[in-house]
Design a protein around this ligand. Structure first.
Ligand code: HEM
Length: 404
């Protein structure tokens, strides 16, 4: 029997991943949002949950304490052969992104003082120095080079390493592990190995810091009362992974977006007053944490005329919400002069990004410095496709070969 339009509209969909451009979310998300800001989503393990694509609905779900973020409720949205723990759980219990109050409050509260606007301003000079050093190194190496390897990845990695007190010389191992842990295509064996190796690395480091205290965030945590070594491992694992993967991908993809929009690039290069708004717009437009926020109802919740039953899981597409035309005029345009506060690139509610002020400082310094130092910056091979991360929690380019 043919389905009626109403039935077709409310039929469960699967999570779309295919993009038609480097910058826009999968086009099917916009179609779904046009039909309804919230609709049924079929998870790949058979669970029937919900997909949120509208801005207001996204904020409503993320701010509602009746939704849990515990990974015990997670259901996968990618094909079953991919078993990344961000999809199915497995992180240590103190990896506090996946906790609810009161545990969440206990783990997050002692860290908030380290990430305030004031504390981050004190870091500004050091970040600028790190950016200058990377630019000088790019100059030394000469074109063409991979902007991801020489600029986008090292800057946030160096900054978070210094802040946490993780030796940057150890980056090869933790970058490999955290990459596996944020990629949806990781197998169960790879994920277990990466969790074991990153956990073991942090364990050794924390024990060393307990024996010989250091003046950095992990040093402080290691000697703080009230947390076991296992708890500190989970907390520092989250800080380390979240602290550079996201910013690195925004620096890489953001540079590609600027090269693709020469008028906008010129605006940012020539007018320093544009930088603050430009960074917010790049965050909104690119929404590199695309399908991050997954929540599960702990009781029946009415949202947007639908009842989310207790136990049902909701995927909030931050990327789709940030392109909602009911919230942002011409949402698909990259407009660095747009005055549009309130984007959801850092999430919303109690799990809203702890490191957002740090990310802002890095991005506000790095983008203008790059395009001023290399006014002739361009793609090394404009016709060649750029490899992107399709099945990953953080969207971005794998490599960005540039010249100048
Ligand atoms: C462009 C850069 C960044 C973006 C787009 C970003 C995005 C996000 C988003 C969307 C969430 C919320 C996820 C959810 O609700 O499920 C989040 C959480 C978090 N982010 Fe970021 N982030 C960035 C940079 C950073 C940096 C530099 C740090 C530094 C440590 C950081 C640390 C964290 C932590 C610890 C959480 C978990 C907060 C909690 O659960 O209470 N992030 N981030």
């Amino acid at each position: 029997m043919p389905e009626s339009p109403r039935e077709t509209q409310s039929a469960p969909v699967t999570m779309p991943f295919d993009r038609s451009t480097y910058f826009d979310p999968p086009p099917r998300l916009a179609e779904y949002r046009r039909e309804s800001p919230i609709r049924r989503l079929a998870f790949t393990d058979g669970h029937l949950g919900w997909l949120v694509t509208g801005y207001d609905t996204a904020r409503a779900v993320l701010a509602d304490p009746r939704f849990s973020n515990r990974d015990a409720f997670l259901h996968p949205i990618v094909p079953p052969e991919f078993t990344n723990p961000l999809q199915t759980g497995g992180f240590p219990p103190s990896f506090f992104l996946f906790t609810d109050p009161p545990d969440h409050t206990r783990y997050r509260k002692p860290l908030t003082g380290h990430f305030t606007v004031r504390r981050m301003r004190l870091l500004q000079e050091r970040v600028a120095q790190i950016v200058e050093e990377r630019l000088a190194e790019m100059e030394r190496l000469g074109p063409p080079l991979d902007l991801v390897a020489e600029f986008a990845l090292p800057i946030p990695s160096l900054v978070i390493c210094e802040l946490l007190g993780v030796p940057y010389t150890d980056r090869a191992a933790f970058q490999r592990d955290s990459r596996l842990l944020t990629d949806f295509t990781t197998t169960a064996e790879e994920a277990a190995a990466a969790l074991g190796s990153l956990g073991g690395y942090l364990y050794e480091l924390i024990l060393r810091k307990r024996a010989t205290p250091t003046d950095d965030l992990l040093g402080e945590l290691a000697s703080a009362e009230g947390f076991t070594v296992e708890e500190i491992i989970g907390m520092s694992m989250l800080l380390l992974i979240a602290g550079y993967e996201t910013t690195a991908n925004l620096l890489g993809l953001g540079t590609l977006a600027l090269l693709d929009n020469p008028g906008q690039l010129a605006l940012l290069r020539d007018d320093p007053s544009v930088a603050d708004g430009a960074v917010e717009e790049l965050l909104r437009h690119l929404s590199v944490v695309t399908v991050g926020s997954t929540r599960s109802a702990t009781e029946d919740v009415e949202i947007g005329g639908h009842t989310i039953a207790a136990g049902e899981t909701v995927v909030v597409s931050l990327a789709a919400a940030n392109r909602d035309p009911l919230r942002f005029d011409s949402p698909d345009d990259l407009d660095l002069t747009r005055q549009a506060p309130g984007h959801l690139a850092f999430g919303h509610g109690i799990h809203q990004c702890l490191g957002q002020q740090l990310a802002r400082i890095e991005l506000k310094i790095a983008f203008p410095a790059l395009i001023r130092r290399f006014p002739g910056l361009r793609l090394a091979d404009p016709g060649a496709p750029i490899p992107v991360r399709t099945y990953a929690t953080v969207h971005g380019v794998e490599r960005l070969p540039v010249t100048w």
